[in-house]
Ligand binder design. Structure first.
Ligand SMILES: O=c1ccn([C@H]2C[C@H](O)[C@@H](COP(=O)(O)OP(=O)(O)OP(=O)(O)O)O2)c(=O)[nH]1
Ligand SMILES: [Mg+2]
Length: 150
């Protein structure tokens, strides 16, 4: 049995014709987001563009949403997000927009209603710092950045 987390959502005026973000399979981690561009936008080779999704959400306190690229678009066309994963804060009430980039060799056309990215909703912990003079030692100590070998 699963209890679903309820999240408030509002479509931006003029975006009501688009579907709400959707899980494409029952157990998908991410919900696909739709491009709420007027008709089409051209993302030129190498170009970065802010693309609206037509939705505003109100996450419960203690949750975040991550905006991630879609692997199919990345593999086929070199389309990704500049700030992946994008962070949607629980107190953000503006329209969710995605910062797309075209790493491919050709211009890419985004049509209204295209599935351009995916949104994963996660529980997060709020922390408080405990400043100390020394941290406890560990097996790794300061080792990082490939110190165990490549
Ligand atoms: O891909 C993204 C990333 C962020 N946002 C919105 C929601 C998020 O809550 C807000 C701030 O994002 P972030 O903290 O990543 O940006 P910032 O540069 O730190 O801006 P701010 O000073 O407003 O926090 O912008 C999006 O719509 N799409
Ligand atoms: Mg911020």
């Amino acid at each position: 049995m699963s209890t679903k987390v309820k999240v408030l959502i509002k479509q931006v005026p003029g975006s009501e014709d688009l579907p709400l973000p959707q899980y494409m399979t029952k157990q998908s981690a991410g919900m696909d987001l739709y491009a709420s561009v007027e008709t089409r936008e051209i993302l030129k080779k190498g170009q970065i563009k802010l693309i609206p999704t037509g939705i505003k959400i109100q996450l419960p306190k203690g949750y975040e949403a991550q905006i991630r690229p879609r692997s199919g678009l990345a593999l086929k066309y070199g389309i990704s997000l500049v700030n992946t994963p994008g962070t949607i804060d629980a107190d953000y009430r503006g329209e969710i927009k995605v910062i797309m980039i075209n790493f491919g060799d050709e211009d890419f056309i985004i049509q209204r209603g295209d599935r351009i990215a995916q949104m994963v909703i996660n529980k997060i912990e709020e922390i408080e710092w405990i400043p100390v003079d020394e941290l406890e030692s560990s097996e790794r100590k300061d080792g990082g950045f490939g110190h165990t070998g490549i």
